[in-house]
Design a protein. Structure first.
Length: 70
């Protein structure tokens, strides 16, 4: 089994694109990271800038690296 980290792409909407100067963020997490841990990290980053809380949406996309069959 691979120990490669998980790469998550976060698409930013208008106000966040302006604030960050980017249309998306790419974040890496250990393979065992849960969705709730990812959301906690995003919320903490948002709070540290003093921005108001915002809703977050998640979507799973197929991996470009298929998992080997056992």
């Amino acid at each position: 089994m691979s120990n490669l980290p998980i790469t998550i792409t976060v698409k930013l909407l208008a106000a966040y694109q302006e604030a960050e100067g980017l249309s998306q963020l790419k974040l890496e997490f250990p393979k065992e990271t849960s969705v709730s841990q990812v959301l906690e990290r995003l919320s903490a980053a948002n709070s540290s800038r003093g921005d108001p809380p915002a809703s977050l949406s998640t979507r799973n996309l197929p991996s470009p690296h298929p998992t080997p069959k056992r």
